[in-house]
Every structure is written in structure tokens, then in C-alpha cells.
Design a protein around this ligand. Structure first.
Ligand code: SF4
Ligand code: SF4
Length: 171
């Protein structure tokens, strides 16, 4: 058998680029799309699209189709003139932040900045996708999600417990 095709591998720095843009990489360092069938050129980071051999070895027709699809998606965003952001996002109470930087590496979307001058972290609301990872990871309890503060969650639990008391009493 003669194979007239040379092997391909991802660029040596593709994982660094993935970290920069907050997108996922496979174990072979190719970029991963949001969904292989339903959203093959989008990534988990809103506004970042991938096409062709960025995802792995592909032939020219498939690469051209994907490139056109990615360009159309981007043009669609530009024509909207306004971008809708996730309503649920994290915020950091900077008075409580100890500057440990644990949350900086936890965020899968690179949405948390660290201010070297004031030694506190801050969430970029345009990048935050509201996943809640940083909220759970902050040892100082300085981060809360919109609508999911400790007080709001505790009130919900209290409400559920109050609702259940008559039923339990009846049993
Ligand atoms: S994990 Fe919490 S305390 Fe540490 S830098 Fe982030 S917000 Fe500040
Ligand atoms: S909730 Fe926290 S971890 Fe999740 S995207 Fe927003 S800043 Fe990043």
C-alpha cells in the first residue's frame, strides 16, 4: 500500500493559544468545536470560531465550507450591532478578595483578571459565561453569581424546608 499523504500534527503552541482564547483542545492539541453536528465551527467561548485544520486533518472542500460558515457566523454577529450577554455572571467582592489568584486558573473562559497594583481579581463581564466554577473555588467566599448569592440560596432552602414541614407532619 502506498499512502500519498503526509502526517499532520497540531502546532506546538496550540495549547497556549487555546488558553489565551479560553477554548478546548483534544489530547492531540487540536481545537474542539462546541458540538460536532449541531455547532461544528463555534467553540465554548462566545465569538471564537474555528475552521478547517484547526480541528484536525481535513481536506480542502471541508475546510472551505467550514471557513465560509465561520465567516458567516462572524458577519451575523457584526450585523447585529449589539451582543446579548449571559444574565448570570460572577462578580468579585474586592473587599473580601485576598489576592490568592486561585480563581484565575479555574475559569475555563479566561474571564478573570488580576490587578497587580491592587492585588485583587476582577471578572470581565463580557467574557464570563456564568458557569459558577470560580464561585465554588474561591476560598474567601468573595465571588457570587447573579441571583445565586449565599443569602439567596439559603433563603430558597429555608423556603423549601418551610413548604415541606406540613407534608412531613401529615405523614
Ligand atoms: S479565589 Fe477568591 S480570594 Fe482568591 S483571588 Fe479569586 S476572588 Fe480573590
Ligand atoms: S462564573 Fe467564574 S469561572 Fe465561570 S465563566 Fe464566569 S468568571 Fe469564569
Amino acid at each position: 500500500m502506498v499512502i500519498l499523504s503526509s502526517g499532520m500534527q497540531a502546532r506546538y503552541d496550540s495549547k497556549d493559544v487555546a488558553k489565551l482564547f479560553g477554548i478546548s483542545c483534544s489530547s492531540d492539541a487540536w481545537y474542539i468545536e462546541r458540538h460536532p453536528k449541531l455547532d461544528p465551527v463555534a467553540t465554548m467561548t462566545e465569538g471564537i470560531y474555528i475552521a478547517g485544520c484547526a480541528q484536525g486533518p481535513k481536506d480542502i472542500p471541508a475546510s472551505v465550507v467550514q471557513g465560509a460558515a465561520a465567516a458567516a457566523r462572524i458577519l451575523g454577529k457584526i450585523q447585529q450591532k449589539e451582543i446579548s450577554l449571559e444574565p448570570v455572571r460572577a462578580t468579585i467582592n474586592q473587599d473580601q478578595c485576598s489576592g490568592c489568584r486561585i480563581c484565575n486558573d479555574l475559569c475555563p473562559f479566561n474571564a478573570i483578571l488580576f490587578h497587580e497594583d491592587t492585588m485583587v481579581s476582577e471578572v470581565n463581564p463580557a467574557l464570563c459565561q456564568g458557569c459558577g466554577t470560580c464561585v465554588a473555588g474561591c476560598p474567601a467566599g468573595a465571588i457570587s453569581g447573579t441571583g445565586f448569592s449565599n443569602e439567596q440560596i439559603l433563603s430558597q432552602i429555608e423556603g423549601i424546608l418551610l413548604l415541606n414541614i406540613p407534608q412531613q407532619a401529615a405523614v
